[in-house]
Write a protein that binds this ligand. Sequence first.
Ligand SMILES: Nc1ncnc2c1ncn2[C@@H]1O[C@H](COP(=O)(O)OP(=O)(O)O)[C@@H](O)[C@H]1O
Ligand SMILES: [Mg+2]
Length: 366
Amino acid sequence: MTDKLRVAVLFGGRSGEHEVSLQSAAAVLANLDREAYEVMAIGIAKDGQWRLCPPGGGPWDERWWEDGQRVALLPIPAEGRLYLLDEGRFGPQVDVFIPILHGPMGEDGTIQGLFELAGAAYVGAGVTGSAVGMDKDIMKRVFQAAGLPTARHMTIRRKEWEEDPDGSAAKIAASIGFPCFVKPVALGSSVGVSMVRDKGELERAMALAGKYHHRILIEVSALPCQEVECAVLGNESPEASIVGEIVPGNQFYDYRAKYIDDNSQLIIPARLSPGVEEKVKELAVKAFQAIDCMGMARVDFFVRPDGSVLVNEINTIPGFTRISMYPKLWEASGLTFSQLLDRLIKLALEHHREKSRSTLFYEEDA
Ligand SMILES: Nc1ncnc2c1ncn2[C@@H]1O[C@H](COP(=O)(O)OP(=O)(O)O)[C@@H](O)[C@H]1O
Ligand SMILES: [Mg+2]
């Protein structure tokens, strides 16, 4: 028997960011302290099956998705015990789940809902924070309600665009104008995001965004701007890291610039005046609290040449690859990758305990 905490890293998933998740999870698995934790790796294949990687296995060895034992979390309070599907029985109890899943069905509250139903502790934001953070339209409305500055935006339903492209284009021209950015309401890694210079470019951009979501977000361009990012860590009293800057290799920080062309630069610390840096940190914590985030998040900003700051988005499961901003910013702030994971696991257990203090059922006041 072991008294080590059992942690399970979940990766892959059913989203356009499946491949990115594999890279993030490989780095997380490499940096988890094996003295402190018994580590399990669970791959979620594109068909949604959960597979337990053989010991020492991980996303780098894709045999898991054929050979790995099929496991499930059942939506009944089973304290995080995995159900072994082929054996038809419950298996080991997982003390903390670490979802390293980006995008829909991982970062959007769906899997967090399953953790809640299963009574399991897990790293990161809960159902509400995850769902709000994933929906760019609702996220921005929550930010605006909390007094946070964002680029002006509107949304158009895919169906509305398809039924009346001319009318929709006129609305976009009138209320947003050009250049603008067009994005699916929920995704990440710049999948489906286009910069649109004029009306003629709208059709292609709307069709692309509409491929990924039934609502399309159109937003005023913040260019020219610096793109800066701040990492947040904590539950009730979150802390902000130092601020980092992205210099995209392409016209904007698109999917290719992020993962394929390898031509973007990370500058830590960001080239900001002390006043603007403080502002960014303050806004990062406010954004985190506005959506009731827990554990971790990376908050992304645009800084305009006049020093004004716009919150672009919050990522509740930020990239965790070796070269990703989130672990790098904490490293630059004095926390190693392994220490960062220790903190996240502690925060998950802490919040799990905090939740258990709430009464589930109605009680007559004494
Ligand atoms: N309003 C905007 N002004 C300027 N650049 C933008 C704007 N919106 C998006 N971008 C560019 O597109 C990239 C991806 O957009 P973002 O909203 O961050 O989507 P994702 O969630 O896919 O990362 C940003 O990092 C930035 O380079
Ligand atoms: Mg982004």
